[in-house]
Design a protein around this ligand. Structure first.
Ligand code: HEM
Length: 208
């Protein structure tokens, strides 16, 4: 994509690479996890070299995702702290969904919805990792009752995460001009002014 010199930098290369490692791990984990969840999905194990290999690889991919998620958390948590203007934005979210986003309260780099999603992902990742490690019998031998509880928590956390990520991807596609932020790092000034006016003003000094 040709870059306009007036575009605004939203993500560095490091931030984007970090995000995509998490995103790719998430897709691999969802595919391999679904294969364990129900026989209808078992053919997905072919993507990973068969049943035993899928079972071996899934937890290691989980560890990679968690480590990179921790890095992403450290990069982004401060920008996702809730403020009063985010609460106002959330109260008006129906207006925006109806297509009228002109009267929404001004937003910083992230809006209230993105921030709620961020903390929802943090909770989901903690539950997924703790329950996944508890079930990892290659390394740990916890009592069978704990493993049973962990497997229910793990499945529930996975459903929660898949639901949140479907919303995340849908919102990224629905808000036109957003995907390129994670592909090329930049957004147009018009995009920033319309969706994140506070951030736009901070980046450009334009208070019009
Ligand atoms: C796999 C498909 C995915 C796509 C297409 C996608 C797309 C995007 C896009 C376009 C943005 C930029 C939004 C903006 O700047 O306003 C973004 C930000 C972000 N994404 Fe993703 N993403 C995906 C997966 C994930 C996964 C699996 C996670 C974590 C488990 C994740 C966590 C985040 C976080 C934390 C941000 C920064 C926004 C914030 O801090 O609130 N993404 N994503």
């Amino acid at each position: 994509m040709r870059r306009n010199p007036r575009d605004l930098q939203r993500y560095s290369a490091g931030e984007r690479a970090n995000h995509w490692v998490v995103g790719i791990c998430f897709i691999l984990l969802a595919l391999s996890g679904l294969a364990f969840f129900h026989p209808a999905f078992f053919p997905l194990t072919q993507l990973f070299g068969g049943g035993p290999w899928t079972r071996i690889l899934h937890p290691y991919i989980g560890v990679v995702m968690m480590l990179f998620f921790i890095m992403m958390f450290l990069r982004f948590w401060r920008l996702n702290v809730m403020e009063q203007r985010d609460v106002e934005w959330l109260k008006n979210v129906n207006k925006m969904i109806d297509g009228n986003d002109h009267d929404m309260p001004e937003q910083g780099k992230y809006n209230g919805g993105q921030k709620v999603l961020f903390w929802g992902l943090v909770v989901g990742m903690l539950a997924l990792t703790a329950s996944g490690v508890a079930m990892w019998r290659a390394w740990l031998h916890l009592p069978v009752d704990m493993v049973r509880v962990a497997s229910v928590v793990h499945a529930a956390a996975a459903v929660w995460m898949i639901g949140l990520i479907i919303m995340h991807v849908y919102a990224a596609i629905w808000t036109r001009g957003t995907i390129r932020a994670m592909l090329y790092g930049t957004v147009t000034r018009a995009w920033a002014k319309q969706h994140h006016r506070g951030w736009y003003r901070k980046m450009t000094g334009d208070n019009s």
